[in-house]
Design a protein around this ligand. Structure first.
Ligand code: ZN
Length: 322
């Protein structure tokens, strides 16, 4: 059985673990990434964490999988673009650095793509040839799986789902644009708005208050669901998926957010697409990044777990990294 040394690298923390080919996490540790101090610090933290995990784990690992913040060239394993959450992360030859350190094959991709692969192999996307993974977290990210493969575009920027415009002239977004989905349906946006309207201090509390019938909280949740629904309708019209898998912190709000968003989605899609798409919560939850990074490496190694490639109906899904 193949075992993977897997990492989820973000601006504030790095999760690392040993994950087996069934998606089971055997060891796991989280450390601060030191992202604000730049590339060198993040690499030091990554290497130290990996070395510790390998000392703790008695067996061998077959590969390293890394899902990271920023845009990635998956063929070269380099970071092609990153935000200020990790200054000078752009240009980092992450794959080569990890291979040099641990002397096994290494596979690197954007964290949204990795999480989508995790859901495809081990989670809510199992058996799906066509699905959209959308992560409503600090920001909004995701990936599109079409015919079993990740949609990448000409320079691996495809499926920046959080930055589709859903409100022309709307709220400012972290990308510098206006009216992006991320400015309405991320945890950060919702927390800002709850504070602005003096309702409460964070999004989790907002959902609790809405569930208890607080009028202003309910209104803000309804508005968020509306904008999310508009975004989902755009995704359905563009990609005709079987499912939309929703992950990230806000997905934990569950039906109170997702059912009204699904209603709005169905009001706005092409007639032939009404009620054809399931909106479901991601299965991997907080482990999506780590298990996704392992899925990336398992697909790279071409070690496909036979149980994971079969749909509930018994038809092979023909998984591929793309
Ligand atoms: Zn944006």
């Amino acid at each position: 059985m193949a075992n993977i040394l897997a990492f989820d690298v973000g601006g504030t923390k790095i999760a690392g673990g040993i994950v087996d080919e069934t998606g089971r996490i055997l060891e796991q540790q989280v450390v601060p990434s030191g992202g604000s101090e730049g590339r060198q610090r993040v690499l030091e933290q990554l290497f130290a964490l990996g070395d510790r995990l390998l000392q703790t784990y008695p067996g061998q690992v077959d590969a390293v999988g890394i899902g990271t913040a920023g845009e990635v060239d998956p063929k070269l394993g380099t970071i092609t673009s990153a935000t200020q959450s990790i200054p000078n992360w752009t240009g980092t030859a992450l794959r080569d650095a990890a291979q040099h350190r641990w002397l096994v094959p290494c596979f690197v991709d954007n964290d949204g793509n990795a999480a989508a692969l995790g859901e495809q192999l081990f989670g809510a996307g199992r058996g799906c040839e066509h699905f959209v993974y959308i992560c409503l977290g600090t920001g909004v990210g995701g990936a599109v799986v079409d015919q079993g493969k990740l949609l990448r575009g000409k320079a691996n920027y495809a499926a920046a789902l959080g930055h589709m415009t859903i409100a022309v002239g709307g709220r400012m977004c972290s990308c510098g644009g206006q009216g992006c989905l991320e400015a309405y349906a991320s945890g950060t946006a919702l927390t800002h708005r709850a504070q602005e309207d003096a309702i409460c201090s964070d999004s989790q509390q907002l959902f609790r208050m809405a569930a208890e019938g607080h009028a202003q909280a309910s209104l803000l949740v309804a508005e968020t669901a509306y904008y999310l629904g508009v975004g989902l309708a755009n995704l359905v019209n563009l990609f005709d998926p079987e499912k939309i898998v929703v992950g990230g912190g806000l997905a934990a709000a569950g039906p109170v957010l997702l059912r009204p968003a699904e209603e709005v989605m169905n009001q706005r899609v092409l007639p032939g697409l009404v009620d054809t798409v399931e909106v479901v919560e991601a299965h991997l939850g907080a482990n999506a990044g780590l298990v996704g990074a392992a899925a990336l490496a398992l697909l790279g190694l071409d070690v496909l777990p036979s149980h994971a490639s079969e749909c509930d109906c018994g038809i092979s899904a023909g998984l591929s990294q793309g």
